[in-house]
Design a binder for this molecule. Sequence first.
Ligand code: ADP
Ligand code: MG
Ligand code: MG
Length: 902
Amino acid sequence: MAAQETVDNKYVYDFAEGNKELKDLLGGKGANLAEMTNLGLPVPPGFTITTEACKAYLATGAEPEGLAEQIATHLAALEQEMGRRLGDPDDPLLVSVRSGAKFSMPGMMETVLNVGLNDRSVVGLSAQAGGNDRFAWDSYRRLIQMFGKTVCEVPGEEFEHALDEAKRAKGTQNDLDLDADDLRGLVDAYKNIFAKHTGREFPQEPREQLDLAIRAVFESWNAERAVLYRRQERIPADLGTAVNVVTMVFGNLGADSGTGVAFTRDPGSGAQGIYGDYLANAQGEDVVAGIRNTVPLQELERLDKKSYDELLDFMARLEEHYKDLCDIEFTIERGKLWMLQTRVGKRTAAAAFVIAGQLVDEGLIDLDEALHRVNGAQLAQLMFPRFRLDHEFEPVARGIGASPGAASGKVVFTSARAVELAAEGEAVILVRRETNPDDLNGMIAAQGILTSRGGKTSHAAVVARGMGKTCVSGADEIDVNVPAKRFTVAGHTVTEGDVVSIDGTTGKVYLGEVPVMPSEVVQYFEGSLDPEHIDNALVRAVHRIMTHADGKRRLAVRTNADTGADAARARRFGAEGIGLCRTEHMFLGDRRELVEKLILARTDDDRDAALAALLPLQRADFEEIFREMDGLPVTVRLIDPPLHEFLPPLEQLAVNVAVAQERGEDVAKEEALLAAVRRMHEENPMLGLRGVRLGLVIPGLFAMQVRAIAEAAVTVTRAGAVARPEIMVPLVGAVQELETVRAEAEKIIAEVVGDSGVEVLIGTMIEVPRAALTAGQIAEAAQFFSFGTNDLTQMAWGFSRDDVEGAFFWRYLELGIFGISPFESIDRDGVGRLVRIAAQEGRAARPELKLGVCGEHGGDPDSVHFFHEVGLDYVSCSPFRVPVARLEAGRAAVETDGSDSR
Ligand code: ADP
Ligand code: MG
Ligand code: MG
């Protein structure tokens, strides 16, 4: 039969011809059916039509040339093997026609069972089953139902109604009470429904049924729900599905038959043992449909010991063979066990770690493989606290799950109140319409943040995610009244001090306290759970795999931290330095007044006085951070945002001035501020007077910061710790900018440092495309580069993050212009290319140049792999992402560098 098939146009594979590596071609289901067949497990014989055939069909709207003949050849061989012909009136062969793509898409595509039944073969089937008319007619009505629904788009409810009607007429609720006559009547009813909706009779010709079913499976690849599912799961749209044609076996032949699903380990917790459901006297789709109640798989031992023992044996063999958790579909036909599907099973994040650890213990895989089998997204999930929702709690509102986790606490409406109550040991939830940079301290102090406006990329959402803090944003049923210190929702009024609970995963908001469980994994990272001495499989597995990742990775992992507390936490999480310490928060709060003085200064003396007052405050901030990071490098970024961000908003000032004038008060200061705000207004602040430009325009500003850094380093070092400051100049686009700043900084550093032994590096961010393109020149003046990939992305694409994510990204995602926001995961082709160029040319000019990245990409799994490939020295990310980056850096190392042991 293989004679006319050449490699190019072979569209059909017998199960005996395939294996589990051929998922691209045969889909997951087909590849694994072949694998089980070749392992000698009892799989009903059949064949697989390739994804190539599907793709060809979808491209042209017609079956590719040769497919029909190849199906005929394989069908003939199958008939020969089974000693029956498809749809034979006396002794019919029946088949199922099953979809199966490379990646499992549960329930998204179609399957038709019992293909080959018609008005005549239904009689033959009954005879085959020893005169079991009921079974035969039940199988036939199932065919018409499934075929009608999936192949001919007959509305499924119509069949359901007819079935309900038959049961009502019989006075029962149970399918099993319908006898052969009832089912024969139901078949007539189904045929009428079919004819009414399709304008034709139900096809009696078996091969026509088969061909139409195959075509329907091909087409189900593009069904709306499948398209949506793929988009959500990031499964490529062009893979196509394979089609499996499988000899039918029957679980609906009586009490000695049945069907079930099984897992070789608990996919929820990873615990060892047998998990599954069994349903006697049923066909497979009944289990999934939940029509009748299944029993736990263990019951099968009582019902059919022989099949049960055999199943356990097969499951053990499959695990041994796949070296992983397998899930299985099986059917028992009159005491004979058949395997209908297996695959490496989906599992929760916790189970992924636990199972990987167990498999290492069992000697089935090594640690490199264990590392490969878990990922940063799973680890991140395990780091969030969860609600214990064992009681029913009704949410009062639902917003966007902006930053996962679960938090309960007293409602507060201002940052200051959050800080106050937190200092008294209270858990608080900060509730705002939306947050702004001034709320930062309150956000840090709060357990969670709830806003009534803004989406996944609002300030609240982005900052909360960075801090690993629970956040629900855009809960627009909530009406927030900050001055009155209350919000209303669904007829309730919640005032300051009332307790609410928010779930940052689901976006649900509850009144009152829902009990929360802390994350054991975080407790472990923080050092309060000792993995060697507790009986916690998850923590032990995480510990083991993280230790291995740390041993393998080439990338160092630093953190973005602006305060001593953040730095300390990140250090416990394994941070090996600070890659980005922003200095702008040091200009907020009660220091605003000094900043206003600085901005409003009319004379050099006024300005110098303001700077002199800021100096000791900054110095104290740096001292705290250097002490916490004793021995580790700390990259401090000189002030970056435009100065008007530190002034009150224009409208607010204008109103204040007007009101004060009305009252005849002295408004000289407000007027000056207002004038300054007007003067400093920018059309595109992102591209305006900020970063290094400020340092070049405002005399003494950078100098003050450099002095504060150097003095703090000297103080800390004299006290016995090791401070390793790295001064980073933001927004440089030309080497001359950096040279100017550097010349001034070096003078100050030399003067301050003296013989203290402190060494201060000076480097720059690479975040303006021009800097990336002239990196060779810039490296002459820089001891390190840190890629600021947020700004680099904005400037490379020419769109501002704050403005665009909500405005049109949905459309770009829909059109496939990008598969994921370039702010979430680095755009390898464009922004990534700039990174590559800068890394290469920078290193060429200065081989010892240190290269790192700061910005949200530093904690994104895919991006970490990219930075590993480019050969950066470190990534820097928010404290909470540090373990994720460590894990992914380890995975990148074992995956791209390879390993002998795998
Ligand atoms: P899904 O991918 O949605 O699970 P399947 O192709 O696995 O769809 O089939 C749906 C149900 O029909 C499953 O329970 C399966 O075990 C059962 N089934 C499929 N083929 C056969 C067959 N040849 N004999 C008996 N049951 C089958
Ligand atoms: Mg299945
Ligand atoms: Mg920047």
